[in-house]
Ligand binder design. Structure first.
Ligand code: MEV
Length: 442
């Protein structure tokens, strides 16, 4: 079927949007309306709040919101809120938290909190001449011109930390950057950074026009390409780690402590040297990070982009976690670059985000960075622990079994029967159906 483009879709009411979709794409089947409506919140204020987060909203897309308790982080016992649809993630986090609770828990260190942004511009001026102009005139003017924008942030202890001129002409003809670093305290700071950068673009344009040492031709060559923060924040980084004596590293799968430590470390080494494995390894880490990022109203696309860029920072994609087993000590850690906020954005608006932050004891942005790194490390510990011992299918299969049984409308009693039945068998869809039919027809 050919569809025709729609004009002014955003201006249609929610109902008219749905009507149009059903007519245009869903063969006039009105039952789809019910699919959307069942997720509307009965509380109209809450529904309206959600609709206003984004554009053209016609329903809400629910995600399970789970809790992973028993996280001992820097001496504080926390229950982590996790918004994630993938089965086993919350269970793996909870299991890893419990494993480390009597071994001192997780320790974290904030290594730095600098965020970055750039004004990318083209200017056909000799780099030395431009550097001189930047050092003696422009830099000061950029700080002055953004004073109004940075006032509140400075009062909170943040602001623009530094501005540098970067010569990129070796990579692209006449390409330069104003590279600025920022401290955005408890906010993620995207709006603040972008506002400062847009002002840099304006000030740069004005100052270049006024500059006497530039010829008119040089002045006319200026093009501000874009002013935008970078989601790559290698200087906004937190380390989370766990360690214990290898003799205390008791795993319940039956292998010895030494063998477990050796196998575990080797799995990390493989992720460090093999990008195919590193990608899955880091995906597992991000299962833990993103679930808490989403639950706390932060931007998981930004944290994903940053983590993967950092994983490739040495020119080859590698593991975000590392492990040593020297002198009888097992040590496992992550260096996670991550930029998040606990004020601004969704944090003051979304009731569940407010709940998450309250549950975490209203953390500062730095404390949240620590919690996120721990969540990623715990998830990776859980995944590797399973992978080098029993394999991950064991845990997944139980969820798979329950999904099939739920689809079949199995009772609790029937579910218990199946857990026992599949204890020593592989769960297959066919086997579940066959046994289910047998059970019902007995
Ligand atoms: C699945 O979402 C994540 C894992 O594949 C991670 C890993 O292999 O380390 C289990």
């Amino acid at each position: 079927m050919n569809h025709s483009p729609v004009e002014g879709f955003s201006k249609l009411s929610k109902q008219r949007k749905i009507d149009w979709l059903i007519k245009e794409y869903l063969s006039e089947d009105r039952s789809y309306e019910q699919v959307l409506q069942q997720y509307w919140n009965g509380d109209h204020t809450l529904q309206k709040l959600h609709e206003e987060f984004s554009e053209n909203t016609i329903s809400n897309f629910y995600m399970p919101y789970g809790i992973a308790p028993n996280f001992l982080i820097d001496g504080k016992l926390l229950a982590l809120p996790m918004a994630v649809e993938e089965s086993s993630v919350v269970a793996a986090a909870s299991k890893a938290a419990k494993f480390w609770i009597d071994k001192g828990g997780f320790k974290t260190t904030i290594i730095n909190t600098k965020k970055l942004g750039h004004t990318h511009f083209i200017l056909n001026v000799e780099p030395h001449k431009l550097q001189h102009f930047f050092n003696f005139k422009l830099k000061k003017r950029l700080f002055e011109a953004t004073e109004e924008i940075t006032k509140n942030m400075r009062n909170r202890g943040g602001g623009i930390l530094n501005i540098r001129l970067i010569d990129k002409t070796a990579d692209l003809e006449n390409y330069f950057q104003l590279k600025a670093s920022f401290d955005t305290v408890d906010s993620m700071g995207a709006n603040f950074i972008n506002s400062c950068l847009e002002q840099f673009g304006k000030t740069l344009t004005e100052e270049v026009q006024k500059e006497e040492s530039f010829t008119q031709e040089e002045k006319d060559s200026l093009q501000i390409v874009m002013n935008i923060l970078s989601n790559f924040t290698p200087d906004c980084i937190v380390r989370a780690e766990v360690s214990c004596k290898i003799e205390d590293l008791k795993d319940d799968s039956g292998i010895s402590n030494e063998e477990f430590a050796t196998k575990f470390k080797r799995a990390v080494t493989i992720a460090e040297i093999e990008p195919f494995r590193a990608t899955t390894h880091n995906k597992g880490i991000m299962n833990g990070v993103d679930a808490v990022v989403i639950a706390t109203g932060n931007d998981f696309r930004a944290t994903e982009a940053c983590a993967h860029a950092y994983a490739a920072k040495d020119g080859k994609y590698s593991s975000l976690t590392h492990c040593t087993t020297d002198n009888g000590i097992f040590r496992f850690w992550i260096d996670l670059p991550i930029s998040v906020g606990v004020v601004g954005g969704l944090t003051n608006l979304h009731p569940l985000v407010k709940f998450s932050l309250a549950l975490l004891g209203k953390p500062s942005a730095q404390e949240l960075m620590s919690i996120l790194a721990v969540s990623g490390l715990a998830q990776n510990f859980g995944a590797l622990r399973s992978l080098v011992t029993t394999g991950i299918q064991k845990g997944h299969m139980k969820m798979h079994l329950f999904n099939i049984l739920n689809q079949l409308g199995a009772t609790e009693e029937e579910k218990n029967h199946f857990v026992t039945y599949f204890k020593d068998k592989t769960v297959t869809h066919h086997e579940v159906i066959t046994e289910f039919n047998k059970l019902r027809n007995r």
